[in-house]
Design a binder for this molecule. Structure first.
Ligand SMILES: [Zn+2]
Length: 163
């Protein structure tokens, strides 16, 4: 199926790529954003990547509560924290946005799977076609997260049943 990959199919609807990109309001505080992929770094240099349809501050608080309870079962962050790794809560970042839940899951998986060794996620998220990652790696060998535009192409193709 990758052999037949044709980027033009992403534009069947007649919309431009730009019209599919999330419009980000600069005035929105990062912690109140929802439907996002986020990253939480540890002082050891590794990072946790997750997604939430709720506000980021709410999701971060759940991770913090799990740490305080010592509940490594519900949170990979709490499990990592229990191994005496100070989490850098002040450096939590939004790394991507999506308007649909399926798109959010795909983008989370892309970000996790494009961050090869320096993460402490317990799983890789949604299973993606292997050729997506090889194409992303072929286009952007040194980067740790996928090109936003390329990720959007894949999301659109996925929605259109190209994979
Ligand atoms: Zn760590």
């Amino acid at each position: 199926m990758c052999r037949d990959f044709d980027i033009k199919t992403a534009f069947k609807s007649g919309k431009t790529l730009r019209s599919h990109l999330t419009k980000v309001k600069d005035t929105t505080p990062i912690t109140t954003e929802s439907s996002i992929v986020y990253s939480i770094p540890c002082s050891c240099g590794k990072v946790y990547i997750g997604e939430t349809t709720r506000r980021l501050e709410q999701r971060v608080k759940e991770h913090q509560d799990a740490c305080n309870r010592g509940d490594g079962k519900v949170s990979a962050i709490a499990e990592h924290w229990q191994q005496h790794h100070p989490i850098k809560w002040e450096e939590v970042r939004v790394v991507d946005r999506a308007s649909k839940n399926r798109e959010l899951k795909i983008k989370e998986a892309l970000h996790i799977q494009m961050t090869p060794d320096n993460k402490f996620n317990r799983d890789i998220g949604l299973e993606l076609p292997g050729c997506w990652l090889s194409m992303l790696c072929a286009n952007h060998p040194p980067v740790s997260v996928p090109s936003r535009n390329l990720a959007v192409y894949f999301v659109l193709l996925y929605h259109q049943g190209e994979f």
